[in-house]
Write a protein that binds this ligand. Sequence first.
Ligand SMILES: Cc1ncc(COP(=O)(O)O)c(C=O)c1O
Length: 448
Amino acid sequence: MEENRILLSVREMPQQWYNVLPDLPVPLPPVIHPGTKQPIKPEDLAPIFPMSLIRQEFAPDRWIEIPDPVMDVYRLYRPTPLRRARNLEKALKTKARIYFKDESVSPPGSHKPNTAIAQAYYNKMEGVKRIATETGAGQWGSALAFACKMFDMECTIYMVKVSYNQKPYRRLLCQVWGATMYPSPSDKTNFGRKVLAENPDSPGSLGIAISEAVEDAVSREDTKYSLGSVLNHVLLHQTIVGLETKKQLELAGEKPDVLIGCVGGGSNFGGFILPFIPDKLKGENIRMVAVEPKACPTLTKGLYKYDFGDTACTTPLLKMFTLGHSFIPPGIHAGGLRYHGAAPIVCHLLNNKLIEAVAYHQKECFEAAVLFARTEGFLPAPETSHAIRAVIEEAKDAPEGKVIVYNHSGHGHFDLSAYQAYFEGKLEDYEYPEEKIRQALSELPEIE
Ligand SMILES: Cc1ncc(COP(=O)(O)O)c(C=O)c1O
């Protein structure tokens, strides 16, 4: 009988996260204070994040212990399965072996709780009562709402208005877990009111919602802000995904030739590939491919420059591939991939040619997702479908025994309206015009 799932027991779950910072051959460029233009100091971040997370942002240690209360919540759904996609292999008539790490089995249905749980815990330990955040289509918001409920904390979420109205079910899921939800731009913050005054019909964007959540957090004593991607500590928490995958591949007697993940802010891709970076640096021939939408081509068309993380220019400056903080991506259905920048660690690896990046149109990604659902059964999130498209390309003309592994970052059960639009032929492919990207890039701050 052929095995389709490689499972770890709870005892085999990694007990430490992996921090890539000390292993990087070239150090990561520092985060810059927008006022002084000097590298930021940990205390500069104290109004928005708890000190334990700030320390992790700059940590020099290779391994960081996962606290027991975080392990307890992880055990509700971890270790997650590594699955072999044999039916997909047959449908593609490929000679490759395809595996996927199934992060869709968490309560909110994605990899996002891996960091939400850790962040809620560290905030709780430092006496924080309430966490404010933003969410696009709702995956991150629902993960943080779940995590806050596990640690008995309040959660306030600024949800990009277009999704708030079009995707009521993720919003309701956040409410089931007790979160307070506002459509962004909202009348709850100065920045939201300013955006509404200029454009009452603004559909919102992730950059605007981040500005609102940060303003909420700095204006209240009992509240901190939480970010679901991009930052070093988020990628650190997500390394549980890659660490488990490594153990599971060893159990299966496999060595990966290519690792693939979709990139919005870079957290599922980063968490998946970082534990393999030391092997790559030792000379192992592993390719790592980041996949993004052509409508928001951050890694493939952006510039590697310092930029703000939000639209209101309130965050520190991060060195990253960016399309410019004023870039508002078209309304593709993979809401979680619509961000103007990406994780500095992922960008640094790309700039140093340790990883590769590719971009696909949304229709070819939905086509891949439907083929996947019709062979493997599981319905992928629109974000995840980008990784599956890349897997299919890698499997074409693959030599015998090529091992392709991708991170199945989430399920698409709340995205059926997007599938409906696809079946009804209503989806459009957008290639963002070069001149619009050039214009957004002309507004970048001058740092070098
Ligand atoms: C299922 C899923 N995959 C991927 C992403 C992209 O985020 P990141 O690049 O941080 O993993 C998201 C973001 O919401 C998501 O919901």
